[in-house]
Write a protein that binds this ligand. Structure first.
Ligand code: ADP
Length: 249
């Protein structure tokens, strides 16, 4: 196994520097700019009265949660055209926004949301790998800030949040187990996992694939364990940031 130097001398099991900047989009009910190293995603949570027509038709009670994801044209080295100008969402966008929606639904009791829709808009400002994982971690923080605003304003009587949720990638690169892959690592990784977990330590989703490669059961276990390590740290960082933020407001 070749030894592998990570940018900035990062250890194989080390997250990139993680940070949150609250109220990045002040018109949203709650918002945050989340950074996983050079990857930066604006996550905004907006609560709108009403639920989709299909829910009313099918008599489904409670509220709804939905997510949208996009990469801003200047988020990549080469300009990426907006999906709207191509006339359709690309498959990757659809896959990622559905993943964000599923992940956040694991943290929310939709019954307690009332007849409201919680929108989670995740826009990638700078892409350097792991944009979907940063989007999930940031979307939870934005949702928590939005819920607090609604509780304080009397628009919600109890919090619909039942847990927190965060996500991280783990992969095999040159036979090495790596946590939280940056673009250059992700691009050439043999195996790439995205893992979503709640703050209480329960899995929401595990996406793992060999890219022109395969992995053993032992490697599978090691990849999950590595992701769990990162997720415990991310969950603690979310909690610490939110505690500071909610105390200050
Ligand atoms: P993720 O960002 O969740 O890791 P992918 O594995 O699909 O998602 O992409 C990995 C990285 O590749 C992105 O974070 C970004 O840096 C880069 N990337 C993805 N799509 C494009 C694109 N259309 N143009 C340029 N770079 C892209």
């Amino acid at each position: 196994m070749a030894t592998f130097e990570r940018t900035g001398g990062r250890r194989p099991d080390e997250l990139r520097p993680i940070s949150f900047e609250a109220n990045f989009a002040p018109h949203a009910t709650g918002s945050v700019l989340v950074r996983y190293g050079s990857t930066q995603v604006i996550c905004a949570a907006t609560i709108e009265p009403g639920v989709p027509t299909w829910m009313k038709q099918q008599g489904v009670k409670g509220g709804w949660l939905t997510a949208e994801y996009s990469m801003l044209p200047y988020s990549t080295h080469e300009r990426k055209a907006r999906d709207i100008n191509k006339g359709r969402l690309d498959g990757r966008t659809v896959e990622i926004q559905r993943l964000i929606g599923r992940s956040l639904r694991a943290a929310v009791d939709l019954d307690k949301l009332g007849q409201n829709t919680l929108w989670l808009d995740c826009d990638v400002l700078q892409a350097d790998g792991g944009t979907r994982t940063a989007a999930i971690t940031g979307a939870y923080v934005a949702a928590r800030l939005a819920v607090q605003k609604l509780l304080d304003g009397g628009r919600l009587r109890e919090s619909p949040l039942i847990d927190s949720v965060a996500a991280v990638s783990a992969g095999l690169f040159g036979g090495n187990l790596l946590l939280d892959l940056a673009y250059l690592e992700d691009k050439d990784a043999e195996v790439d996992f995205n893992v979503v977990m709640t703050g209480q330590g329960r899995f929401v989703e595990v996406q793992g694939s060999g890219e022109e490669s395969t992995f053993s059961q032992e490697q599978l276990g090691n990849l999950i364990a590595l992701a769990q390590k990162g997720l415990r740290e991310l969950s603690a960082l979310q909690a610490a940031f939110l505690a500071r933020q909610l105390l200050a407001t």
